[in-house]
Design a binder for this molecule. Structure first.
Ligand SMILES: [Zn+2]
Length: 415
């Protein structure tokens, strides 16, 4: 990616970057279209047992981001990308010979049931008044790596990426295709937050509960900024774009997937890190985790799937009322009573706040992270366990396993 790191570093290194933040923003073609800087403010609660109870706004940082609608427009109107975009989803089958049964092939988002479903829903919905343009789903696939922060001077930035599921994964995975868009650089709470909090706590350092709460507030405030009014308007009414084939179409952005590792998914889903119900997708409790993969577990993933319904939102808003109006501590018993059963946290979830009116379920977008959760985690642990079993049976068997790997590598070539 042709990111102008020197420029970003220079901007971040400015003495008072936030004071410029209300201006139009800065443009840099090297970074891919217009980048905007927006100040991020969070509301910090101080409970009734602290010296200065109440809540106070804290200027927590500046978000560097690209407005999503401009990223979509740029992508779709790009003549080099246009031939590779799929506007209509389809079912893909593999049938090696006429006598064999056709097998459904899964591999691309534009051949997935989720895309087909979103496409059908869009076609079945009433069109914009007086508009007969073809309506197309723009399949947005986000990813971020908040735990792999890049450091520029004092600021740590977590990149947020966007890909389009209308384009083949074969292109998305090739750096030369430039199919991955940078849309933002997330900040964490700055170092001076502790001093701000200590000033309100009679010199005491804020505890881990309030630090975690404010970190989550900061994260979702940044996502709220990205999911701006222009994007919500596009989500509702679509955006009209003249495509490179001469056809004018109306495009409706839809968020399909979000890739992140577990600690970040916990923040995205607004649940507790390894809480009583540790899964961001379902309400399986910790004491039932060992049944993973059994038929009952597979069934419960569906029956206990997390849903962003009115009840969840009511729990969060009652908890926030206790914290911000009635001056209860973030981890007080009164708050815990409302949230603990489903391992929720009192965070106003940006995706829920902005997109739940359209029936969007924030928990549905969170993907299994193949690298962190399977290859580095589950599979590694399983493999180590299998080797221990092998060792317990016969100490020489692990050498035999090694030998077979080497033989198969030689037979097949190194990858
Ligand atoms: Zn689950």
């Amino acid at each position: 990616m042709d990111t102008n790191w020197r420029r970003i570093n220079k901007e971040l290194g400015r003495e008072q970057p936030v004071e410029k933040a209300d201006e139009e923003g800065w443009k840099d073609e090297d970074l891919g279209g217009a980048w905007v800087e927006t100040p991020i403010k969070i509301d910090v609660p101080f409970h009734s047992q602290t010296p200065f109870p109440g809540h106070e706004e804290f200027l927590a940082g500046t978000l560097f981001h690209r407005p999503l609608v401009s990223v979509i427009r740029e992508k779709i109107a790009n003549p080099a990308v246009h031939p590779h975009l799929h506007y209509e989803p389809y079912e893909l089958f593999w049938q090696p010979n006429p006598d064999s049964e056709a097998v459904r092939v899964h591999g691309e988002l534009y051949t997935s049931p989720a895309f087909i479903d979103a496409h059908r829903k869009l076609q079945d919905s009433p069109p914009e008044p007086g508009c007969d343009l073809p309506r197309v789903v723009v399949a947005m696939m986000f990813g971020s790596d908040g735990t792999q922060l890049t450091t520029f001077g004092d600021a740590e930035l977590g990149p947020v990426y966007l890909c389009f599921g209308n384009e083949s994964k074969d292109r998305r995975s090739k750096p030369a295709c430039h199919a991955v868009e940078h849309v933002a650089y997330f900040e964490k709470l700055p170092a001076d937050f502790k001093k701000f909090a200590a000033d309100h706590l009679g010199g005491k350092v804020p505890n881990s509960a309030i630090m975690a709460h404010c970190q989550r507030e900061m994260y979702h405030e940044q996502w709220s900024t990205i999911l701006d009014d222009e994007f919500i308007e596009a989500y509702r009414h679509g955006i009209v774009i003249d495509c490179c084939d001469g056809v004018r179409r109306r495009f409706y952005p839809r968020i399909f997937t979000y890739s992140a590792d577990y600690p970040e998914k916990v923040v995205l889903a607004s649940i507790r890190n390894l809480g009583f119900c540790p899964c961001p997708s379902c309400l399986i409790s910790k004491d039932r985790l060992h049944r993973m993969g059994k038929p009952q577990d597979m069934q419960q993933r569906r029956t206990l799937a997390r849903v962003d319904d009115a009840q969840r939102r009511a729990h969060v808003s009652s908890a926030r009322k206790l914290i911000y109006q009635d001056e209860y501590a973030v981890n007080s018993e009164a708050v815990e009573k409302i949230l603990k059963a489903e391992s929720l946290v009192p965070t106003d979830n940006a995706f829920s706040k902005k997109l739940s009116p359209f029936g969007f379920n924030v928990f549905d977008m969170l993907l299994v992270d193949l690298m962190h959760e399977i290859e580095l985690g589950v599979w590694k642990d399983l493999f180590i366990h299998l080797i221990r079993l092998l060792d317990a049976v016969d100490k020489t068997l692990k050498y035999e396993l090694d030998r077979r790997y080497v033989v198969s590598l030689h037979a097949n070539g190194p990858f």
